[in-house]
Ligand binder design. Structure first.
Ligand SMILES: Cc1cc2nc3c(=O)[nH]c(=O)nc-3n(C[C@H](O)[C@H](O)[C@H](O)COP(=O)(O)OP(=O)(O)OC[C@H]3O[C@@H](n4cnc5c(N)ncnc54)[C@H](O)[C@@H]3O)c2cc1C
Length: 261
């Protein structure tokens, strides 16, 4: 079985600061990391490989050349192969163009049985790319996956809901978007990091994945960014203390005093 994991290099949002004058993100000097949900997706694939060593795990990303560092991290965690879709023509892509390129890349990877993606990237935050890739490949998709049991030609998953979960069976090939509750990603060993730097990473441009430049990047991005801004900070919250009944009474009194109830 081959599992392909879509991984994205993102700025570590814990380190991102806001320019107080312009209200924009200060990205300079901010370290890049493997998107957290994607680390869970990769870990899920690696656990399946731990149980069945014939499983192959491959990581694929679309990004600038620096994304190879993140792909080496994936290799050091245990992925067998890594693919980077990188080309100036891919620049300025919205989620629509991003998923077109990723889907074109996946088509070039032979014998993929299951695709894992993160639920959402911590920078773009749209959670659109996974389902869009599935749609472009004509595959079934299950989002918010918090448990995965591989079967023969099918996968049984738990899909996280607000008040519980759904248990679904889906035939392969399919795409699953993974949430952090799935697992705790493993650490890389020093030996594995050294080995990861000896491995080849396959780099593909638009021609290698049969895409015309007019169908990728900014050229194929219908999204128009009208305005971006930092939301005004909310006032300081008030913490209630005491027993549950004291806090409930205090909350009701406060809402009553403000004529909210
Ligand atoms: C007009 C416009 C121009 C933009 N220009 C740029 C630009 O020049 N450079 C830039 O970096 N961003 C750019 N962006 C942002 C870019 O569109 C998004 O970062 C990207 O489409 C992914 O969307 P997301 O972050 O919401 O991912 P989500 O949909 O939240 O991600 C869900 C999952 O999809 C997978 N995934 C997402 N992106 C990738 C990827 N690149 N490779 C592999 N897997 C992935 C991961 O598994 C991830 O967990 C632009 C956006 C717009 C609207």
């Amino acid at each position: 079985m081959k599992i392909l994991v879509c991984v994205k290099q993102v700025p570590d949002t814990n380190e991102v600061k806001i320019d107080p004058v312009k209200g924009t993100l200060i990205r300079e000097g901010v370290p890049s990391i493997l998107n957290p949900d994607d680390a869970n997706a990769l870990e899920a694939a690696l656990r399946i490989k731990d149980q069945d060593p014939s499983t192959q795990v491959v990581a694929l990303t679309m990004g600038p050349p620096q994304a190879t560092y993140m792909l080496r991290e994936c290799l050091a965690m245990g992925a067998d192969d890594a693919y980077l879709l990188s080309d100036r023509a891919f620049g300025g892509a919205d989620t629509c163009a991003t998923s077109t390129t990723i889907a074109a890349g996946i088509k070039k990877v032979p014998d993929v049985d299951v695709i894992f993606a993160g639920r959402q990237a911590i920078d773009g935050d749209t959670a659109q790319v996974g389902p869009q890739v599935a749609q472009r490949l004509g595959l079934p998709v299950v989002t918010y996956v918090q448990d995965i049991q591989m079967g023969d030609g099918k996968v049984t998953v738990q899909r996280q809901m607000e008040d519980g979960y759904e248990r679904l069976e889906v035939q392969t090939p399919c795409l699953l978007t993974c949430v952090k509750e799935l697992n705790e990603p493993r650490y890389m060993s020093v030996g594995a990091i050294v080995d990861a730097y000896k491995k080849e990473i396959t780099v593909w441009d638009h021609a290698a994945v049969d895409l015309d430049p007019k169908d990728c990047g900014l050229n194929a991005s219908p999204t128009q960014v009208f305005r971006s801004f930092t939301p005004p900070q909310k006032g300081k919250g008030e913490m209630l203390t005491g027993s549950v009944s004291e806090m409930s009474k205090s909350l009701v009194d406060t809402l009553d005093a403000k004529h909210l109830i």
